[in-house]
Ligand binder design. Structure first.
Ligand code: BJW
Length: 279
C-alpha cells in the first residue's frame, strides 16, 4: 500500500511519487495520526456527505473522464465531446464514444473503494445517522457496491433517452449496431448524462445543496474538482462548519480547502479508514 497524507503541508507533497521498496505502508506515525483522526471523524459523524469522481472507478478499470481518450479517441478533447453542440454536429461520433464507454462500464465491477463507502453508509445508518453520496460518475458502480443514498449528479450512462419524446430506455450490455442508435419514435437516442452547459436535475441539485450545507463531515474522493456545481459543495460544507477531507492520487483545487488530504488511491485509503473507524 502506498499512500501519504497531508494537512496542507507542501513538503509532504514531495513524497507523492517515491517508489515503495517494501509492501509496508509508507505513512509515518504522524500520517497515521491523521488517518486515525479522519477515522474518528467518520465514527462520530451524524451526517456525512461524500462527493465522488472518476478516480473512484479507476481501480475498476474504467479510465477517468480526463484519461478516457485512448486509441482512436486519443486526438479528441473529452471536454469538447461531452457537449450538446458536439452531439448536434456529429451524433455518430459522440454516440460511438459513449457506447464504447457504456460497454466498458457494463463489464466493470465495484472495487474496494466503492465497497468501503457502502460500508460507511451502513455503519452510519445503523447508528441513526445519514450519508449522502453525491457522485459525478455515470457508471452505476456505487449502487452496484450496495450504497443506497446515491445521487447521480451527472446522470447515467446505462440509460439513454429519445431526443424527440424524452422517453428513457436501458439498452442491453452489447454494443449498439447503429450510430446514433434510434428510438421507437424514429429519433436519435442520446445518453442520459449531463453535458457541459446543461442543467443538473432539480432534485439532484436540491439534495446536494441541502446535504452539503448541513453535514458535519464532507469527503471529496477521486475528483479533479474542476467541474461545477459539484466542485463547489466542499466550500459550502466548510462554511457550514463541517470537517472536510480529500482522497486523491494528485493535488486538486480542493486540496487547499480541506482540513486533511490523503494522497493515494481511494481503493486503498478508504478501506483503511473503514478498518480504523469500525474495526
Ligand atoms: C484517483 C485515482 C484513484 C485517479 N484514487 N483518486 C462556475 C464556474 C465556472 C464554470 C461553471 C460554473 N458553473 C457551471 C459552470 C460551467 C460548467 C463547468 O463546471 N465548467 C468547468 C469546466 C469550468 N458546468 C456545467 O456546465 C454544469 N452545468 C451547469 O452548471 O448548468 C448551469 C450553467 C451552465 C453554464 C454556465 C453556468 C451555469 C454541467 C456539468 C456536467 C459535467 N458533465 C461531465 C460529463 C458527464 C458525462 C460523461 O461522463 O461523459 O461529467 S464532464 C466530466 O467532468 C464528467 C465528470 O463527472 C466531471 C468531473 O470529472 P471527474 O470525475 O473529477 O474526473 P477527472 O477525470 O477530471 O478526474 C479524476 C480524478 O481522479 C483526478 O483528480 C485523479 O487524480 C483522481 N484519481 N485515479 C483516487 N485510484
Amino acid at each position: 500500500m502506498t499512500f501519504s497524507v497531508s494537512s496542507s503541508s507542501p513538503q509532504r507533497e514531495s513524497q507523492k511519487d517515491k517508489p515503495s521498496r517494501t509492501t509496508r505502508p509508507r505513512y509515518s506515525a504522524f500520517m497515521s495520526d491523521d488517518l486515525a483522526t479522519a477515522a474518528e471523524w467518520i465514527r462520530d459523524a451524524k451526517a456525512i456527505v461524500v462527493v465522488t469522481g472518476a478516480g473512484v472507478s479507476a481501480e475498476s478499470t474504467i479510465p477517468t473522464f480526463r484519461d478516457a481518450m485512448e486509441g482512436l479517441w486519443a486526438e479528441f478533447d473529452p471536454q469538447t465531446l461531452a457537449t450538446p453542440e458536439a452531439f448536434a454536429a456529429d451524433p455518430e461520433m459522440v454516440t460511438r464514444w459513449y457506447d464504447m464507454r457504456r460497454v466498458k462500464c457494463a463489464q466493470a465491477v465495484p472495487n474496494a473503494g466503492h465497497l468501503a463507502l457502502a460500508d460507511i453508509e451502513k455503519h452510519v445508518s445503523s447508528r441513526g445517522g445519514t450519508m449522502t453520496l453525491l457522485t459525478q460518475n455515470v457508471d452505476g458502480l456505487h449502487t452496484a457496491a450496495g450504497s443506497k443514498n446515491v445521487v447521480e449528479l451527472h446522470g447515467s450512462l446505462r440509460v439513454w433517452r429519445c431526443t424527440k419524446t424524452g422517453q428513457e430506455v436501458t439498452p442491453g450490455p452489447e454494443p449498439f449496431e447503429e450510430f446514433p442508435p434510434m428510438s421507437e419514435a424514429g429519433a436519435p437516442l442520446r445518453p442520459s448524462v449531463v453535458w457541459f452547459g446543461e442543467m443538473l436535475s432539480e432534485g439532484a441539485l436540491e439534495t446536494a445543496f441541502a446535504a452539503s450545507g448541513s453535514c458535519d463531515l464532507f469527503m471529496s474522493v477521486g475528483t479533479s474538482a474542476v467541474v461545477y456545481p459539484a466542485a463547489g459543495f466542499v466550500e459550502l460544507a466548510k462554511r457550514a462548519g463541517a470537517r472536510t477531507f480529500e482522497v486523491n492520487k494528485d493535488q486538486t483545487p480542493t486540496s487547499g480547502i480541506v482540513d486533511l488530504t490523503f494522497r493515494g488511491r481511494s481503493g486503498e485509503i478508504l478501506p483503511e479508514l473503514v478498518t480504523r473507524a469500525f474495526g
